[in-house]
Ligand binder design. Structure first.
Ligand code: SF4
Length: 747
């Protein structure tokens, strides 16, 4: 899988979940050029500025190329790998011996490849024996995952490929600003409208995405749930329910219907600020065509009622017969590069590889067998991401962190920073000295996307191969090498290979029979087929079969030899073959399963095959406005920066385009404050204060301000955000909290 010098290596972008295809060409002097890769159907060669400039981070002068250790005078100084690894292993051992394994925490990231996420989860549970592992993807998509699992019995971001979007009739895009987060994806929506379809965008701001909509609904932050209920009320009142579909393919309708009918449109208008005529128009647009979709992103998900909010949008799909039908359905637009795969293979506090539940005895037995350990030795579920960060320095004394920068990206960030400082020991693997790495006792410099092979799973559930295009710089090692070396020092000599393909072969076996079944996928297939959609089970044979924990379907674990078997090109899955994981497995498919681009067409992945309505009601955000904090804050992203900005803030072009945070506010609010464009404004919440220049626009509600969260320091938006958690998903409420604004500097 090695890239050839001076030959273009087809691979994928390191950033968001669109995972755009690109070609990389490494020159002898170490520079790397990006060129168009038109064979990847999602972006067909198009890249946003982040993807186009991604190679700059490979050769950045601030790139770490030597481990750093905290010296006696408190500074970080260069050290050898053995010294750094010995120091980490010694601390982990000491803390475990003194306080027990759950005093050791592990924090991963949604940008880690499937192999790394898998190895990190195994390392935590097998080597450290701790239950205290979670990752930053908890902040990203967990509410949609929880709601999708409740309704459909399975969570895969999009249950259909993006290419279905232009052929549907209407899309409601809820809380997503794709024009800034995934610009190449906009073409699907442009084509939708060119084909006569309509786009409805739900967002408190008139974003660049909302500007392209046929109808823009701008609810007050924290009221998306009420909005969805109001729409469902009108669907019922106007006789637009698909009664036959509801009867044949769902359960729980009466309760959900009663909950929606308790939310009158006029009441919804008062709660959300969206007028009744606009509600009616949205219902008309959504129900008129034969097929339609609802796609959610962080807006409705990052709330203390995110699971119910997404559930309400799913209910709207179900009542109108829009799920599990061609060109229709509900989908979540996952954000991080491997946000989907990152939640499937074991770095999540409650899950084992293959998207299995950690509490399921059959799942524990299966994975323990693959790992060669006693199932009873596997710890149970641990704390969710924010709860884990909040426990640092108390119950959790020591933390190993990979692929995350919570000092910038976690809610109530000043508190999280203080918790990180209070640890007995912090080890961080990163490519640059991020704000979190600055606090570490040991920092390990690791390889980047283009310097190693690995797989990711895009927002479509398409497993992709990132290929190595160039060797890493001297002094840098891969995360897999780090885990191998630490496991070895902690007495586990086997089971942590450094070759990504070898790790993937084990992941295939561990995932076999699980909801996210990768057992039929090989590196070779990924290279030849441009990705494979899961579930993709290995063919059933007379060999020992494993009973699927979730679906009750016999599946044969893949064998390492399968990767060397002849591969036939995949054919598009027929609706019957792609209907459900269970159907896919049992339909006696040929030697190679084609993968499953479209889910649920015949049945849902629930026990009875029916989708489940979940009765939900509106409730206020955890923090509402009052006299002291009269304005709502919502946070989000800008096109030139990615997540905590650890990489993109170090790219000159991106930094010039988006050099720092800002406070977006309506002219009426600005006038009340006496603030002009560019004036520094302090935004104060119950958790702290952030200062950034005013950006005045009529495209935001007058009761709301917006801040992007990519920066540390004085303008750090997450200093302000509320860590109130959704009771099911444990997702913090990034999208709404109460603040007051103050002018700075005597104005
Ligand atoms: Fe594509 Fe996302 Fe990378 Fe931009 S950041 S090039 S949209 S994968």
């Amino acid at each position: 899988m090695e890239g050839m010098p001076n030959a273009a290596t087809p691979t994928h972008c390191p950033y968001c979940a669109l995972q755009c295809g690109m070609n990389l060409t490494a020159a002898a002097d170490g520079t790397v050029e990006v060129s168009e890769r038109t064979d990847f159907p999602v972006n067909r060669g198009a890249l946003c500025g982040k993807g186009r400039t991604a190679p700059e981070v490979l050769s950045s002068r601030v790139r770490l190329t030597s481990p750093l250790v905290r010296s006696a005078d408190g500074t970080l100084v260069a050290a050898g790998w053995d010294e750094a690894l010995d120091r980490i292993a010694a601390h982990l051992s000491r803390v475990r011996d003194t306080y027990g394994p759950d005093a050791l925490g592990v924090f991963g990231g949604g940008g880690l490849t499937n192999e790394k996420a898998y190895a990190l989860g195994k390392f935590a549970r097998v080597v450290l024996g701790t239950s205290q592992i979670d990752y930053n993807g908890r902040f990203c998509m967990s509410s949609a995952a929880a709601a999708g699992t409740k309704a459909f019995g399975l969570d895969r971001g999009l249950p259909f490929p993006l290419e279905d979007i232009p052929r549907t009739g209407c899309v409601i895009l809820v809380g997503s600003n794709l024009a800034e987060t995934m610009p190449p994806s906009l073409r699907f929506f442009r084509e939708l409208r060119e084909n006569g379809g309509t786009l409805i965008v739900v967002d408190p701001r008139r974003t660049r995405t909302a500007e392209q909509a046929d109808l823009h609904l701008a609810p007050r932050p924290g009221t998306d749930l009420a909005l969805a209920l109001g729409l469902l009320h009108l669907v019922v009142a106007e006789g637009r329910v698909d009664e036959e579909y509801v009867r044949e393919r769902t359960s729980g309708w009466e309760e959900a219907r009663a909950a929606a009918m308790a939310h009158w449109p006029e009441q919804v208008e008062r709660l959300t600020g969206v007028s009744v005529p606009d509600l009616r128009e949205a219902v008309r647009m959504f129900c008129a065509p034969e097929a339609a979709m609802v796609l959610t992103a962080r807006g409705p998900e990052q709330q203390s009622k995110g699971t119910d909010t997404v559930g309400a949008w799913i209910n709207l799909c179900l009542a109108t017969g829009r799920a599990g039908r061609p060109l229709s359905g509900y989908g979540c637009l996952t954000g991080q590069g491997n946000g989907q795969g990152g939640r499937e293979h074991g770095q999540k506090a409650d899950q084992l590889p293959g998207y299995r539940k950690l509490t399921d005895p059959a799942a524990r037995r299966h994975v323990a067998e693959v790992w060669g350990v006693d199932p009873d030795s596997l710890p149970g579920p641990g704390r969710s991401a924010y709860e884990l960060l909040d426990a640092l320095g108390t119950d959790v004394r020591s933390l190993l962190l990979m692929g995350s920068n919570p000092v910038v990206s976690a809610p109530r960030a000043a508190h999280v920073e203080e918790r990180l400082r209070s640890l007995d020991f912090l080890a961080v693997c990163d490519v640059v000295l991020s704000e979190t790495a600055e606090l570490a006792d040991v920092v390990l410099p690791v390889t980047q996307w283009a310097e190693e092979s690995g797989t990711t799973t895009s927002l479509e559930g398409r497993v992709l191969l990132r290929r190595r295009a160039l060797p890493p710089p001297d002094g840098v090692r891969s995360d897999l090498e780090v885990l191998h070396a630490l496991a070895d020092r902690l007495g586990v000599e086997k089971g942590f290979p450094v070759d990504p393909e070898e790790v993937f072969e084990e992941l295939r076996r561990a995932s076999a029979g699980g909801p996210a079944d990768y057992s039929g996928i090989t590196y070779r297939r990924l290279a030849e087929e441009n990705g494979v959609f899961w579930p993709c089970p290995a063919p059933v044979s007379s060999a020992t079969s494993v009973m699927s924990a979730t679906l009750g379907t016999p599946v044969t674990p893949a064998t390492p030899a399968a990767s060397a078997a002849p591969v036939t090109p995949a054919t598009p899955a027929t609706p019957a073959a792609s209907a459900t994981p269970a159907a896919s497995v049992s339909a006696a498919l040929p030697d190679v399963h084609p993968g499953t681009p479209r889910l649920f067409l015949d049945r849902f992945a629930t026990d009875d095959g029916r989708a489940r309505f979940v009765a939900v009601s509106h409730r206020p955000a955890a923090e509402e406005t009052d006299e002291e904090y009269p304005v709502l804050l919502t946070t989000g992203r800008v096109v030139a920066q990615y997540q905590s900005g650890a990489q993109t803030r170090r790219v000159e072009e991106l930094n010039a385009a988006a050099p720092g945070p800002f406070v977006e506010l309506h002219p009426r609010l600005a006038a009340r404050l006496g603030a002009a464009e560019g004036d520094p404004l302090a935004v104060v919440s119950r958790r702290g204060r952030a200062v950034a220049p005013a950006r005045i626009t009529a495209g935001i509600r007058p009761d709301t301000v917006f801040m992007p969260f990519h920066w540390p320091g004085e303008g750090r938006a997450n200093t302000l955000t509320n860590p109130a958690l959704d009771p099911t998903s444990r997702m913090p409420e990034f999208k709404v909290c109460a603040v007051r604004l103050e002018t700075v500097g005597g104005r």
